[in-house]
Design a protein around this ligand. Structure first.
Ligand code: BG6
Length: 290
């Protein structure tokens, strides 16, 4: 088979009608597009590589079992650079929503860097203005525990990152990776991004609202069992250092990443870990007016 033929079978599309779709690349089970009424919600770099080797620069890469640099393997783990299996092809539910299920199990490659058995199931549900993510990690071993980080590396598409506000971080401690990992406490009611930003906020609440995403709308990020929130934008100098990211693209993206990062999850033999996230595009149907 040619590279093109392989690439052609690498993508799974959930189609809810009304030009509302979600596209998942089996390389990393990376969500590479989420359109609501034809409007793209996720940022993907124009220089992103789809060679089936590198992580895809944008969308929602799946970070596991390591967040950040790793002495045993690639930065942010192997899940985002491994081909996942499609367990259940997109299926319409009784209420019109569309669901698909992906999975990743240990294989020769993963065991060569991280010698544990595991099974991850990743269920995505596309609703009218929402995308739901349900993750299960199972440890099938009879006697070995393992620890891991996990994170959904969401790249939101935004018209101008300087105009975005992120709620829900006030009072949280954060590790500032732009300052040698020093620990600070957030004083602001809403966080804005006006420079190179790379922070791990710890013990964040279940909900963040991000303002001024596409079309000036708001995005609600709701998370369960993901205690940390990473906020990242490379800004000018760091953009230049990335070969798969355009020098002028940083104003159009904001990473708001829900994860288990600052303390790893310990998974005992025969047990399962579950976490989930909901992204919801909204005008302002809630009492919360920003
Ligand atoms: C963020 C990290 O989550 O991902 C940053 O906090 C990192 O430190 C960024 O630079 C991108 O990582 P990568 O491996 O995709 O270039």
């Amino acid at each position: 088979t040619t590279a093109a033929a392989v690439a052609a079978t690498s993508v799974v599309v959930l189609d809810r009608g009304n030009n509302t779709t979600c596209t998942i690349n089996l390389h990393g089970a990376t969500v590479v597009s989420w359109r609501v009424n034809n409007q793209e919600q996720l940022f993907v770099s124009k220089l992103a590589s789809f060679d089936g080797k590198k992580a895809i620069r944008g969308g929602i890469p799946f970070v596991f079992p390591q967040f950040g640099p790793w002495s045993f393997g690639p930065q942010h783990g192997f899940a985002r650079i491994t081909r996942w299996h499609l367990d259940r092809a997109p299926e319409r539910l009784h209420n019109g929503d569309v669901e698909a299920i992906f999975s990743l199990m240990d294989n020769e490659f993963t065991r060569s860097i991280w010698n544990y058995q595991f099974r991850i199931t990743y269920r995505l549900i596309l609703r009218e203005k929402e995308l739901h993510f349900h993750i299960g990690v199972y440890n099938p071993s009879k006697d070995l525990s393992f620890t891991f980080n996990m994170l959904l590396h969401t790249y939101l598409k935004v018209p101008d990152v300087r105009r975005c506000q992120i709620t829900g971080l006030q009072g949280c401690h954060f590790i500032d990776k732009t300052r040698e990992g020093a620990l600070y406490q957030e004083g602001r009611e809403v966080v804005t991004v006006n420079e190179w930003t790379d922070r791990i906020y710890q013990h964040t609440p279940q909900e963040h609202v991000i303002t001024n995403v596409v079309s000036g709308r708001k995005m609600r990020l709701h998370k369960y069992n993901f205690p940390d929130t990473v906020i990242w934008n490379p800004w000018i100098d760091r953009s230049r250092e990335m070969s798969d990211f355009g020098d002028d693209e940083f104003p159009n993206m904001l990473c708001v990443e829900a994860g288990n990062v600052s303390s790893p999850v310990i998974l005992l033999p025969g047990t399962c870990f579950e976490a989930s996230q909901i992204l919801q595009q909204f005008k302002c149907p809630y009492n919360l007016q920003l």
